[in-house]
Design a protein around this ligand. Structure first.
Ligand code: ASP
Length: 441
């Protein structure tokens, strides 16, 4: 049987006891298509409410979960040699996969040239209607790279926590945890405090998962109802190239990566994280999916030491799907407006996409805000820039759902690889789906 078929079956296996989320997703797509042609504000409002209920509950636990996971993860590794080995490996793997994604996006955009002839439909009326919002976003990110670097260091950690800025929160949590690890035994009361927080937030995640199927159903239906299926006809080439890219990441790059760097069987890993993958698709948010990604990995054999450190950082910093989208989207606009893609320009786009994707927060639409950083330097005039950016906005949600699924999968792939390298994985549990504990208990 072809490998990709086996993978699809593996995803199905993981769903045995949780097939309802999958059904929710499929039903959500059909309901959305139906709603698009039969608009019904009452149904849309109810669906919106159910979707938001799920997202809000799950977002509610993200910040305590991230901080406690990082503190426990780093202090449990303790020994600074092992910690730096793990940290370097994590950054190495994450960077490697992002570079591969950028190369893949470049190759696909240059091969299929999705932007040729696209200028005619970029100036769509719908795109024009959101131009002021778009201009503000472009302005806010113009030549702002140094500011972006400064902004990752919180001048007040509590205000970063209150406003939910994930990157500064993580920077603070990592530094704080490193210090706790250094001070030795005196850290016990504090670490116990975070262990209690972590255990409680994981319990809440179990409870929230009861809402996952209706939540994913409602979120998908509302998103699909906004763009319908006609959008696929107009811009099928652009969406086709993106979908192909995401599929190659999932079904070719990650399996090869796992094969080269670990003994982790990709089928079993995908079965284990199937729920997280679907919730990522439904919510379009790596951060909101984070509690579930951690739960799936831990309950299916990847040690707490590794997941609690690698996954929260990945959910914020490792964005392979976003990097691929940014490269393809920027090259699409360059091709549409006749900008010659010279080798230095292609390299510039690639490097900026690596930076822009990793500074994107794990929330819906973040990757399209930071894309301004990549778009600014390619030589489009201000009108083209605004129209092009606005065009990307109109088809944002569907691409966001797909790229978030890739982002979350990549985090789990790296966590599993590091766990394998460090002997921190229980293969009996991972390879035996019958042993899986339900994420919903
Ligand atoms: N929504 C993506 C995520 O949460 C980020 C993006 O907008 O690309 O992973």
């Amino acid at each position: 049987m072809k490998l990709h078929m086996q993978m699809l079956i593996a995803i199905g296996l993981g769903l045995k006891r949780n097939w309802h989320i999958f059904l929710g997703l499929i039903l959500g797509i059909f309901t959305g298509v139906w709603l698009h042609s039969n608009p019904n504000p009452l149904i849309t409002n109810i669906l919106y409410f159910v979707g938001q209920l799920f997202i809000r509950f799950i977002q509610m636990v993200v910040i305590p979960l991230v901080i406690s996971a990082i503190v426990i993860g780093i202090t449990s590794i303790g020994d600074s040699k092992q910690l730096s080995k793990l940290g370097i490996k994590m950054i190495g793997y994450y960077t490697f996969l992002t570079v591969v994604s950028v190369a893949l996006g470049t190759g696909l955009a240059l091969t299929f040239k999705p932007g040729l002839g696209a200028a005619s439909y970029i100036n769509m009326d719908t795109a024009m209607s959101i131009q002021s919002q778009v201009s503000a976003s472009i302005e806010a990110h113009r030549d702002n790279f140094l500011n972006m670097v400064l902004n990752v260091i919180p001048h007040n950690p509590l205000s970063a926590i209150v406003s939910g800025d994930m990157v500064p929160i993580i920077v603070f949590a990592v530094i704080f945890a490193l210090a706790l690890a250094k001070v030795g035994e005196i850290n016990r009361p504090f670490v116990s405090f975070f262990e209690s927080i972590f255990a409680a937030t994981m319990k809440i995640t179990d409870w929230i998962m009861i809402l996952a199927a209706p939540g994913v159903f409602a979120l998908t239906a509302v998103s699909v109802s906004a763009f319908g299926v006609d959008i696929f006809m107009t811009i099928s080439k652009y969406l086709g190239v993106l979908t192909l890219g995401f599929a190659i990441q999932l079904f070719v790059i990650y399996p090869i990566f796992l094969r080269i760097f670990s003994k982790v069987p990709v089928l079993m890993l995908y079965a284990a994280i199937a729920e997280a993958m679907m919730v990522a698709f439904g919510t379009a948010s790596s951060s909101a999916t984070l509690p579930l990604t951690i739960a799936c990995c831990e309950k299916r054999g990847i040690s707490h030491k590794v997941t609690s450190f690698v996954i929260p950082l990945g959910a914020t910093l490792n964005m392979d799907g976003t990097a691929l989208l940014q490269v393809v989207a920027v090259m699409f606009l360059a091709q549409a407006y006749g900008v010659t893609l010279t080798i230095p320009l292609i390299l510039q786009i690639g490097v900026l996409a690596i930076i822009a994707s990793s500074t994107s927060a794990g929330i819906p639409g973040a990757g399209l805000i930071t894309i301004a950083l990549v778009l600014n330097g390619i030589g489009l005039n201000p009108d083209q820039l605004v129209a092009g950016f606005a065009f990307l906005f109109t088809i944002e949600r569907i691409t966001d759902m797909m790229r978030t699924l890739v982002n979350v999968t990549s985090d789990a792939v790296v966590a599993a690889t590091i766990a394998d390298n460090e002997n921190e994985i229980n293969y009996d549990l991972l390879n035996n789906p019958d042993e899986y504990n339900e994420v919903i208990e």
